[in-house]
Design a protein around this ligand. Sequence first.
Ligand code: BDR
Ligand code: CA
Length: 325
Amino acid sequence: MAAKKVIYDTDPGVDDAMALIFLDAAPEVELVGITTVLGNHRIDVTTRNALFLKDYFNLSAPVAKGAGKPLVLEERDPPTYVHGDNGLGDIPLPDVIRAELHPLPAHRFIIETVRAHPHEITIVAVGRMTNLAMALREDPEIASLVKEIVIMGGAFGYRGHSGNVTPVAEANIIGDPHAADEIFAAAWPIVVVGLDVTQEAVMSTAYLEELRDAAGRTGQFIWDVSRFYERFYRSSTQFDGVPVHDSSAVGYLLDPTLFTTRAGPIRVVTEGIAIGQTIQAPNTRRFPPGNAWEGRPDNFVCIEGDGERFLKLYFDTIVAAAQHG
Ligand code: BDR
Ligand code: CA
């Protein structure tokens, strides 16, 4: 089977780190690049964290530094109450990082890599959509050259899952709603893995303990990096553990049968109290002409997920890689 070539666009970030480990562990994935974006922390911090992860897990994929501010909005203070002061759950990080940055900025790295491998690159985007929008603005043709984009972001109200930053908005989308609305308008195949399904897959403390004990150094790292994050979720939300956001996008990449999708164009609200809300016009019904979704391409939203089967895939993939690697 040909490898799935992946660019991972990310803002590490605790769950970003856990998803990067998942990508690295999956035998069918060839990670061709890691591009960073602001979000869970400022760009210098998310980029340093990506370089640290490259060192720590001995990843060959280059790290290209991306956008440090949203397209239109002002940059906000980072959510250190979720991901810690250092963006990685306040685990101790080395003073010196050996890995060096790729010379290109993230959006150009995306353009060049997609052009070098037409119809072969899947972009797994688990931060703000700023780098993708910048790449698209500079080279709109890449939309026809990308194999697929799998996004962690948004919330569509399934099973009562709406926003996590406001009652209607999810963090990656509200962080740069203009970028998100632009990328949903382009004719590239986009699958959206939003809170509707990521909050249906929750890693309990017992699950993380078992993984820690079964997956050697990697399991210990996942345990350590998730302590602060788990405390946040337990103290501030109703979850009995850690909802699995970014790794769910990787889960879709590895096994799309884990999810049921719904087709239809998506718009993002870019101002007002509902800023950051993602709204899909489902293809299953018609709306009167002249609406804001008209003429936009279909995007696919994950509306149901098999949380248990996904959690098993994550566990088994990490443990198998730890045993063989
Ligand atoms: C998303 O926001 C970030 O905090 C996480 O890394 C994830 O990508 C969840 O809303
Ligand atoms: Ca993220």
